[in-house]
Design a protein around this ligand. Structure first.
Ligand code: 5AD
Ligand code: SF4
Length: 419
């Protein structure tokens, strides 16, 4: 979502303020840092980075801090880094023109409604077409800062989404990537009157666009994975068969403390139903270990779900207490050494599972949509079920969907040959 927010700010600055991108920081008139605040580490990184930029920037160049940490810290950022020129919170980024022209501008209103703002056109890559379908999040999971930095959930009107998708296809993209905090809650609230529509209907409408080959999205919420959604997902040929299912914990009591709204059984039922409807699907997940009060036994429930679902990809994190969240006030925080042990245990077991999954891809044939030149030579793209696949080749493959046989599968990349 931050990548897309950055593209939106670049589009505004190009069309309204005559800015151009530069690769050379000492040549820049403006340095924007778009920030995350979901865990503590990126917040610390922000201050070391702005300090480094201050040293190399040319005289008079402005520095703007944008995104979730901007929402959360607001004008406090000036106290720690007085050379910052403006602070623009997530969901206020349509004000970027005003920000660059107003000394010490701060705008962090999490109720500001940008859901029907038609941003200008800019994409970092013609092959990766991100499209926001909602802003904010209504869920209030007890560990999560996002509702406090991105505000309540509002869906973006259908006509804006369809226009964005058509524009992307007209400029050569074959794939669109839908973004939202809880994409499969789409249609619950619009800022003005709107026809009744849910996420499954949106997927079907988008799939009817001529020239569009692939639809991806992130993140769906396990709670809203109803049968209609799983059926549309598995039956519609344009929807890529990769699903992100953020588990967070495999223990029902911990899930309740997290306020996730589902049980271990519901999650397993949905994931296994998905595997049976859609045998080629890849399932990825997010897991937090050592949430306050999590016992060894409760943690082992998370491991049990990992054994049963055999996720193709896991993003795993130690719980990090965040300001403004309920869980930060819980008195039963888990000691750091236990958190580290659980994370290592989980990651090493998952590496073993992954090695088996990866080895099983040898000799498989995938349709790969090539979109990236790799630093080590070669061209890479995604299979329909989201494996990163690389072949020898150069620019002429970019933007094409071609068949590849995998002959050297590795953990991060499946190497293969065009057939
Ligand atoms: N501590 C650790 N991980 C977190 N996430 C969100 N909040 C926290 C936190 N306080 C993780 C969740 C989420 C992902 C984007 O970041 O797993 O799905
Ligand atoms: Fe955060 Fe929960 Fe919303 Fe995801 S669903 S953004 S974890 S509050």
């Amino acid at each position: 979502m931050n990548v897309r927010d950055s593209e939106h700010m670049i589009a505004e600055l190009k069309s309204k303020e005559n800015y151009e991108l530069t690769q050379d920081i000492s040549d820049a008139d403006l340095i924007l840092i778009n920030t995350c605040s979901v865990r503590e580490k990126p917040v610390h990184k922000l201050f070391s980075e702005v300090g480094a930029f201050e040293k190399v920037k040319k005289k008079g160049a402005k520095i703007g801090v944008c995104g979730c940490t901007a929402s959360h810290l607001g004008g406090e950022i000036f106290k720690k880094a007085p050379y910052v020129d403006f602070v623009l919170g997530a969901r206020n980024i349509s004000k970027i023109s005003t920000a660059v022209n107003t000394p010490k501008f701060v705008s962090t209103d999490i109720n500001y409604d940008e859901s029907d703002y038609a941003f200008g056109e800019f994409r970092g890559s013609p092959f990766k077409s991100y499209i926001n379908i909602s802003i904010g999040c209504d869920k209030k999971c007890t560990y999560c800062i996002v509702p406090h930095t991105r505000g309540d959930e509002i869906s973006i009107p259908l006509n804006l989404i369809l226009n964005e998708a058509k524009k992307a296809i007209d400029s050569g993209a074959k794939e669109i990537f839908l973004l939202g905090q809880n994409v499969n809650n789409y249609g619950k609230r619009f800022s003005s009157s709107h026809e009744k529509i849910d996420f499954s209907d949106l997927l079907v409408k988008l799939s009817e666009i001529n020239g569009l080959e692939r639809i991806r999205f992130t993140s769906p919420h396990p709670l809203h994975m109803d049968d209609k959604f799983l059926e549309v997902f598995s039956q519609n040929d344009k929807i890529c068969k990769s699903m992100h299912m953020p588990l967070q914990s495999g223990n029902t009591k911990v899930l309740k403390e997290m306020k996730r709204g589902y049980t271990k059984e519901w999650f397993l039922d949905r994931a296994l139903k998905l595997r049976s409807l859609c045998p080629d699907v890849s399932i990825s997940t997010d897991i937090i270990v050592a949430f306050p009060g999590e016992s060894d036994e409760e943690f082992m429930d998370t491991m049990d779900v990992i054994e049963k679902v055999r996720f193709e990809q896991i993003f795993s994190f130690k719980y990090s207490p965040r300001p403004m969240t309920k869980a930060a006030e819980f008195t039963n925080q888990v000691p750091e050494d236990i958190a580290s042990k659980r994370l290592t245990f989980l990651q090493s077991r998952h590496t073993e599972i992954l090695d088996e999954i990866v080895a099983a891809q040898k000799d498989k044939i995938f349709d790969v949509y090539f979109e990236e030149l790799r630093a080590n030579g070669g061209v890479a793209g995604r299979s329909f079920n989201n494996f990163l696949v690389q072949v020898n080749g150069s620019e002429e493959l970019l933007g094409k969907t071609l068949k590849v046989r995998v002959d050297n599968p590795k953990r991060m990349v499946l190497y293969g040959n065009l057939i």
